[in-house]
Design a protein around this ligand. Structure first.
Ligand code: ADP
Ligand code: MG
Length: 706
């Protein structure tokens, strides 16, 4: 792939050239069909087969003109990045030629053999068929590489019996639920014009790059995405020089290609920079509607990997590739906007919009407090435990940051105090009641909060870098939809709307203010303070996931038609299983690396040292250091060997546990500590052994050489 010359191919011309966007549809579809599609996107209509036929033909012609030979229904499986099954467009004719065909049926209904995707028992094994249907809210795009061009159709994946087998279907349902309840509240507030609301999402994606030369020599990175051994070199991230430093040329060239590839498929990659840890980077697109943003983030992750490989590097999306330096997260910037362009978290210019803002913000506070465990569960993976559960930020405690002035406004309302907050300007009135005027810049920056208000959106920072953001947004949308539905119930029945608004905010905030925290979320004091406030702090993913099996959780999702009981239960089991599997692989790799690489290398070295010591002893007493060193290394090697044995036993024990939750807990309680025990010995040996006998490249190569 060559570097695009923007003087010859201007970005504006390149942007979206591989995306079957609304602009392309407007151009290529008859007017009435295009309008039908807009209505389907707005949730006003179902996609009919007739319309699908016309769209499919246009999509096919567009894709063929750009060199596509295949198409795929592209979807979010419950594990892994994205799944695709490729079909070619060819349709042989009786006389031995082919036509390039693609029908409406093929657009709205693919039929991948679903039997090998995890479904948590939702399908009977004999019924392997699942259906994928085009998600009209996310545009089709072309994937181009050395192997050719494929038309990718973002799809929702459902079983023969209509259950969701992917992460997209529930997300779409949660967007629907949020829209329904938010519109009820808006109507009650006197808004007659907004027809729908959308959750808008802009995810910031962190990742590491390592040179492929080193990567290929690390079985742990290749098989698990993280290093299960590795001692810190003399320098880590303490100088913070990487964050502020200029982007290295090799990385800059890669980023240019990454941006170009994303722009082509219509993803507005906007910001890129070095991150805190060495060789860690971030990319953020301009936000879009949640459904498209979720797909775009999957494409961003895939493109990081594919573009890195073309530049002799490997993109690491794992939450914690290296111990001792920061891990990678994904900041999910989230807001709610109406179809006529109102951002509901934009503090207003006038009393009406201020009241609306405070009401919707109060709903988020309440949702975060009531559904803290659910949001925690949305970020619960084995990999993310290295961040949330450990000494790294953010902590596993859900709290919300609003900044001083806004918090004071809520406090005043809750305390029944009228008038302005200390330094926020004059009071303005809303009907008979008064709400204080909101200061212009209401939020100062807080980087340590897991859920921060940042001016006109919230930033959910617990999510791991490798996760799909579909599920966190699904839970968030549903939790807020529930609170809004209760607000709407009260408002709709109220004679005095202004009084009701004030009363709702007052009651809600008074009951849920404990979740608001503006201080340093990384401090030890906060952990204690949160405990005093009764906020949950769930440090491991297995425990965090258990909320999914609770009847109140299932009732919440059923009430908003986001998940059925069966769907929720199956997901719970799939996530637990994924957790156990991930640790199972890591433990296996740890044993392998200890026994087959480290132990032989250091034992041979120690034996050599002992021999040297013996020979030197004949000359003089100078053999002492060799002897000591040989002894220390031999001791550690023995401990490493025993540790690998203990880990193997722990692993067998965990594998034999039947019940999924108990099994996950066994991995957490038995396997992880045993794995840590082996690592400590391995890392100590790495510090003692000469560089040239160590069987793997170390952190200095992985983190500092690019
Ligand atoms: P940071 O300061 O944390 O780096 P930025 O202000 O640059 O964050 O924005 C980060 C992300 O937030 C971007 O992807 C941006 O598009 C997104 N964003 C901005 N406004 C909204 C919104 N209303 N809804 C969702 N995401 C938004
Ligand atoms: Mg951010």
């Amino acid at each position: 792939m060559s570097i695009v010359d923007f003087t010859k191919t201007p970005v504006a011309g390149l942007y979206g050239s591989n995306c079957f966007s609304n602009a392309v549809m407007r151009e290529r579809l008859p007017k009435n069909i295009y309008e039908e599609i807009l209505a389907v996107q707005a949730g006003e209509k179902e996609l009919s087969l007739g319309v699908a036929e016309v769209v499919a033909a246009a999509m096919r012609d567009w894709a063929l003109a750009k060199g596509a030979s295949h198409y795929t229904h592209w979807f979010h499986p419950l594990t892994g990045l994205t799944a695709e099954k490729h079909d070619s467009f060819i349709a042989p004719t009786a006389d031995g030629r082919v036509l390039m065909e693609f029908s409406g049926k093929e657009l709205i209904k693919g039929e991948p053999d679903a039997s090998s995707f995890p479904s948590g028992g939702l399908r009977a094994t004999f019924e392997a068929r699942g259906y994928t249907a085009w998600d009209v809210t996310s545009p089709a795009f072309l994937k181009q590489d050395q192997t050719g061009t494929t038309l990718c159709i973002p799809t929702a994946f459902i079983s023969y019996y209509g259950q969701a087998l992917d992460k997209k279907v529930p997300l779409l349902k949660s967007i629907e639920a949020l829209s329904k309840q938010a519109v009820r509240v808006l109507r009650a507030l006197g808004n007659e014009t907004s027809k729908r609301v959308y959750s808008t999402v802009g995810p910031e994606q962190e990742y590491f790059l390592v040179d492929k030369v080193w990567y290929d020599k690390r079985p742990d990175l290749m098989l698990t995405g993280r290093t299960v051994f590795g001692s810190m070199p003399a320098k880590g991230q303490e100088m913070e020089d990487h964050y502020f430093g200029a982007i290295k040329e090799r990385v800059a060239i890669f980023m240019r290609e990454l941006n170009t590839e994303l722009w082509k498929v219509g993803i507005a990659a906007k910001t890129q920079h070095n991150e805190v840890a060495p060789n860690q980077f971030e990319i953020a697109p301009v936000f879009t509607a949640a459904s498209a943003a979720v797909d775009a983030n999957q494409i961003v992750m895939e493109t990081i990997k594919s573009a890195a490989r073309r530049h002799g590097m490997e993109g690491l999306l794992h939450e914690k590739p290296f111990a001792g330096v920061n891990g990678s997260g994904k900041h999910n910037n989230w807001s709610i906007a109406t179809d006529d362009g109102i951002n509901l978290f934009e503090p207003g210019e006038n009393p009406q919009s201020n009241a609306r803002f405070l009401l919707f913000a109060a709903a988020v506070i309440e949702a975060l407090d009531r559904y803290a465990l659910l949001l925690r569960a949305s970020a619960a993976t084995a990999a993310n435990d290295h961040r949330l559960g450990a000494n790294e930020a953010p902590p596993a405690i859900i709290s919300i940051f609003f900044g001083g002035p806004l918090t004071e406004i809520f406090e005043n309302i809750a305390e029944g105090k009228r008038g302005a907050a200390a330094d926020t300007g004059s009071t303005i009135t809303l009907g008979v009641t008064s709400l204080p005027h909101l200061p212009k810049d209401v939020s100062d920056r807080n980087r340590t909060s897991p859920f921060a208000f940042t001016g006109n959106k919230f930033e959910f920072r617990m999510i791991g870098s490798s996760q799909s953001i579909a599920t966190p947004n699904t839970y968030l949308n549903t939790a807020v939809a529930q609170v809004l539905s209760e607000f709407a119930d009260t408002l709709e029945g109220a004679a005095d709307k202004n009084g009701a608004i004030q009363a709702i905010i007052k009651k809600s905030y008074a009951e849920h203010r404990r979740v608001v925290f503006n201080g340093n979320g990384y401090s030890r004091e906060w952990v204690q303070e949160a405990e005093r406030r009764g906020l949950p702090n769930v440090r491991n993913a297995a425990d965090a996931l258990s909320v999914l099996a609770r009847s109140d959780t299932i009732a919440l999702f059923e009430a908003h038609k986001v998940f059925s009981r069966d769907e929720m239960e199956s997901r719970y089991h799939i996530y637990l299983e994924k957790y156990a599997k991930q640790i199972n692989i890591e433990a296996g790799v740890t044993i392998d690396m200890a026994r087959r690489y480290i132990f032989p290398a250091v034992s041979a070295y120690a034996a050599g040292l002992a021999r040297d010591a013996g020979s030197l002893a004949a000359v003089n007493a100078a053999s002492a250091p060799q002897e000591k060193r040989a002894k220390r290394i031999a001791e550690l090697a023995a401990e490493l060997y025993d540790g690998a044995g203990a880990l193997e036993n722990a692993l067998l024990e965990a594998q034999n546990v039947e019940e999924p939750f108990a099994r996950a807990k066994a991995y957490f309680e038995k396997v992880i500590p045993a794995m840590d025990g082996v690592r400590v010995r391995g890392d100590a040996l790495e510090k003692l052994a000469p560089k040239n006998i160590w069987p793997f490249p170390g952190y200095e190569e992985l983190l500092f050489k690019l």
